[in-house]
Ligand binder design. Structure first.
Ligand SMILES: Cc1cc2nc3c(=O)[nH]c(=O)nc-3n(C[C@H](O)[C@H](O)[C@H](O)COP(=O)(O)OP(=O)(O)OC[C@H]3O[C@@H](n4cnc5c(N)ncnc54)[C@H](O)[C@@H]3O)c2cc1C
Length: 478
């Protein structure tokens, strides 16, 4: 088989975590290649996104900033060009605060940063298998228009979101037991434009039930609902009664919700993004037959939901549908076994670990209860359910060991794939960028010193010092 090249670090998957890993590794001097199956980078951030909250939650409930690094760096670079909203005011910072970037501009910026940091790119290349020497992975096989080829590396970073490469390498994993629990549903996202925001604002001024007190008080003092979004104090709105009305009239499919999130666009513009209006019940996206059927079903639902949005939401009468993502966005999947598998009490007890490589305050959701709460009559704000929340507004550590998969040497897990138990997901962009950055630095150090990622567990001081130098926040917060 043709060998495409030999690298210190091979990153498989060009979503947010893979991009962060590649840039961070290159900054430590590693020769890096980033492999992506599509022609672009960003993954669920902007290829099958954008998500409404891009980025959310850089602060814990006490207003302490807990996430920095490449999240903050990319935010500030975009902000300097008017492509991201500034950080919210200090008094607004907390667990419900949003730091918005324009996700599509983020996707363009990341190409610039890949170039600046001399990361090699291999696009339109699907990684299909692994090459191993005993327990150690030493490369991946990719398929692309030029044929089948091997990409060799001292350390391979698995950042595919789905874990297909880790599974082929032999990393053990588990999945949610569907006899006991519904799967967290995958969703397809769409945007509408042409909204009459004054009409939307008038509707919500009469609906205190849709907001927390702080949000509502500010809305009543403000001219526009968009002011709340721009201040970073509002990320989503729900329409429980209107959703119910649409359902009663047979104008909405039973797994839809008319509530929406907000995406920031350049120049301070804001778009509604509907990411819970077409979601497929109990669809296992690690099974290709179910995933294929789910893609078809999500489009059937999207067509119904778009018509219902126009018919039922005040201010949307003349709105028009502008974008449907190219694929469903997946949530629940494989839970990889790592040297440390994070558990619910790590979140609730705000546990700190000596091998911390990232901090997080994300409420840990899981399974059906979160998104199926948006089914009949559900409102985004009223029925949001959380399984594990950090106590006293604190945050918890992500330990390096949760990036090191069991049974396979020479590999690191990044982003969605770091090791957590079946009862919750690593669900949001900032935490996945920051764990990708940690995986990148760790991989570069291993390649430099000839260590395996597992050997690095013995002493993570240099890893932590470099991460802090790269802007990560590892200590000093609740
Ligand atoms: C419906 C939905 C809404 C969400 N909303 C928000 C939100 O509002 N705010 C927020 O912060 N987060 C949100 N998230 C979560 C966020 O989008 C993800 O956590 C994040 O994008 C995961 O990043 P990742 O890099 O780990 O994986 P991904 O983004 O999935 O990236 C994986 C990449 O690997 C590539 N790939 C896969 N397999 C291969 C292969 N074999 N060979 C080569 N390339 C491969 C893919 O094409 C992709 O580019 C949402 C998620 C969903 C599903």
């Amino acid at each position: 088989m043709q060998i495409y090249g030999n690298y210190d670090v091979v990153v498989v998957g060009g979503g947010v975590s893979g991009c962060a890993a590649a840039i961070a590794a290159a900054r430590v001097g590693a020769k890096v290649i980033l492999i992506e199956r599509f022609g672009t980078l960003g993954g669920m951030m902007n290829v099958v996104g954008p998500p409404g909250w891009a980025f959310a939650h850089l602060w814990n409930g006490r207003g302490e900033q807990i996430i920095g690094g490449l999240v903050e760096e990319t935010h500030h670079r975009l902000e300097a060009q008017g492509l991201a909203l500034p950080f919210p005011a200090a008094e607004d910072c907390g667990e419900d605060t949003y730091a918005f970037v324009d996700p599509d501009w983020w996707g363009l910026l990341i190409f610039e940063m890949i170039r600046e940091n001399h990361v090699n790119l291999l696009l339109h290349s699907l990684a299909v298998d692994v090459l191993k020497d005993g327990d150690r992975i030493c490369g991946v096989t990719v398929e692309n228009t030029s044929g089948r080829m091997a990409v060799m590396g001292k350390v391979i970073i698995e950042a595919t979101g789905e874990g297909d490469i880790a599974v082929r390498a032999g990393v053990p994993y588990s999945k949610v037991d569907r006899t006991k629990e519904e799967l967290d549903p995958p969703s397809i996202t769409f945007h509408m434009d042409g909204v009459d925001w004054d009409k939307v604002t008038a509707y919500f001024k009469a609906r205190p039930d849709q907001f927390n007190k702080k949000q509502y008080d500010r809305l009543m003092k403000s001219d526009s609902i968009l002011d709340l979004v721009r201040a970073g104090v509002l990320g989503a709105v729900g329409y429980a009664e209107l959703t119910q009305k649409a359902l009663d009239n047979g104008d909405l499919h039973p797994y839809g919700d008319l509530g929406h999130f907000f995406t920031h666009r350049e120049g301070g513009h804001v778009q509604p993004v509907f990411q819970h209006s077409a979601q497929v019940k109990d669809c296992d996206t690690t099974d290709i037959t179910e995933w294929t059927a789910g893609e078809a079903e999500s489009r059937r639902q999207a067509a119904i939901a778009i018509r219902a949005v126009r018919k039922y939401l005040p201010g949307y009468e003349n709105s028009y549908f502008t974008r449907l993502t190219s694929s469903m966005r997946t949530r629940e999947g494989r839970h990889m076994a790592g040297d440390y598998q994070m558990q619910g009490p790590d979140v609730t007890e705000c546990r700190k670990f000596p091998d911390v490589v990232a901090k997080c305050m994300m409420l840990a959701n899981s399974g059906g209860p979160f998104h199926s709460a948006l089914t009949p009559g559900g409102s985004l704000n009223q029925n949001y359910q959380v399984r594990y929340a950090p106590k006293d507004g604190g945050s918890y550590d992500i330990p390096y060991r949760s990036l090191v998969p069991k049974q396979v040497e020479g590999m690191l897990l990044a982003g969605k794939l770091i090791s957590v138990s079946e009862d919750f997901n690593r669900d949001l962009l900032p935490e996945n960028i920051i764990s990708g950055q940690a995986a990148g630095v760790a991989a570069a150090l291993c390649a430099r010193d000839g260590d395996t990622p597992r050997e690095l567990e013995k002493d993570v001081k240099e890893l932590q010092a470099i991460l802090v130098k790269q802007g990560a926040i590892l200590t000093g917060t609740h």
